[in-house]
Write a protein that binds this ligand. Sequence first.
Ligand code: ATP
Ligand code: MG
Ligand code: MG
Ligand code: MG
Length: 562
Amino acid sequence: MRWSKYYLPTLKEHPAEAEVVSHRLLMRAGMIRKLTSGIYTYLPLGLRCLDKIARIVREEMNRAGALEVFMPMVQPADLWKESGRWVVYGKELLRIQDRHGRDYCLGPTHEEVITDLIRGEIRSYRQLPVNLYQIQTKYRDEIRPRFGLMRGREFIMKDAYSFDRDDEGADASYRAMYDAYMRTFTRFGMVFRAVEADSGAIGGSFSHEFMVLASTGEDTIAVCTACDFAANLEKAEAVLRGVGDETQAPPMEQVATPDKHTVEDVAEFLGVEPARILKTLLYEVDGRPVAAVIRGDRELNEIKLKNVLDANELNLATPEQVQAWTKAPVGFAGPVDLHVDAIWADREVGMSRDWISGANLPDTHLRHVDPARDAVIAGYVDLRQVTAEDPCPRCGAALQLPKGIEVGHVFKLGTKYSEAMGARYLDENGKEQLIIMGCYGIGVSRIMAACLEQNNDENGALFPPPIAPFQIELILLNSKNQELLAQATALHDRLEAMGFEVLLDDRDERPGVKFKDADLIGLPGQLILGEKGLARGVLEAKNRKTGERTELALEDLETHVR
Ligand code: ATP
Ligand code: MG
Ligand code: MG
Ligand code: MG
């Protein structure tokens, strides 16, 4: 590909709205452009990367025996009413009406559509198991779309759904998907971890999340320093407290609720004198912390979180106070996070946003709150970090709490949807049975962002070769020299014949501009062709990641470029 004929608008400056490195790089490297909040266009370079990710996902899904389909994005409300999710899904579901006034939604996920398909087709145990997947645009009306492709409203997901006759079969399907995910994420060349997860709102019996480790991750995971226990924080807590779904709890002793939320604990965690903390309370529902009130003295600023469940305890901050927090995050030394536990409970007990609207807070405040996920007011203090010294639930050793980006999620759904929507089959004895389901998602577009969060330096992106848009950038130092241009074009073709995808920078630009752009877009290999080198029959090769440079004889490229 010749850059002069390509659409690759790089930016010199950091776009103001981009808060995280992946968002900045995707914009600056001319890979994406924003249409409106949380909705992006993929430019040619970005689309190549997205296609690479999708291709690997496809290969591993196919290898695991899943079959590709393509389902509609527009889904009739009737199906969602059957499953019960029309009511419970909340505002993340974008609802629309057709000209006849009939209700539809834009698919945030496809359990209803696939269950509807299967219940009309599968009659007998002989037709099971089956696993169908698609790679498709999803729409979720995220309350706080941010970080570019990381949390979009419109995004690309791979979603697979398995159908089995019994638990044994369903567990085997789950395992096959889990293994396929391990292979997939390994192939992307990123550092990731599979962690145990709560099956939460989707329901079902057990679940794992695949987390790319990155400090900008919105999730916290609990990883044991001694054994192989790793779980997301909700799950780790549920396990510690011995609550949650019994079927997924690994065998262990019941652990008593640790009382680590005293003034002293919080003070120790914050590294301040206990006297400076005026009040700290923890409310629990079913043994699970749901809300806290902490008040510090003036210097600490005031932090107040409140109980959403017990109206008597409501202790709402004034809008002025909230604004003060958001503007001038808490004045502790170092980065401190203030986590609103209340919102977690929100999601589970269906309190939705009443708590927030009841507070009559200004709209600006709402932007800082995400009921669907971890609520955030400015930065946040994760109170649960106070319990970081708890016993790993498996072996008792200390837990680490790194941040992660959720890039994949596997669920054993059980019969939640087949029961609600009547997906049954006839067994060997002619007896009707419910189909056992599983569902498996990968955030294809989020991976593009997660990959760059992990792979970058001060000059730009460092694409891992498997998902780099091209493997080699061929930098032509002087495009005005016709002989050089002809040589470069021949070299481009030769490298392509060797199986590389090559971007030839033949623009009429100064070498300095070309070098900067090459580092910015971060293709793994750079080959630099100039007049002097050509006279000697050599070109310069640079490894973008290591910075290593070597001189290569044009003659025997085939032996050296791999
Ligand atoms: P999150 O916790 O980040 O909101 P989720 O748990 O709601 O994600 P799932 O329903 O498990 O998401 O969807 C499967 C995958 O789709 C996720 O693991 C994630 O990689 C991706 N995904 C979910 N929401 C978004 C989004 N708003 N933008 C981009 N990718 C997303
Ligand atoms: Mg979500
Ligand atoms: Mg999640
Ligand atoms: Mg998830």
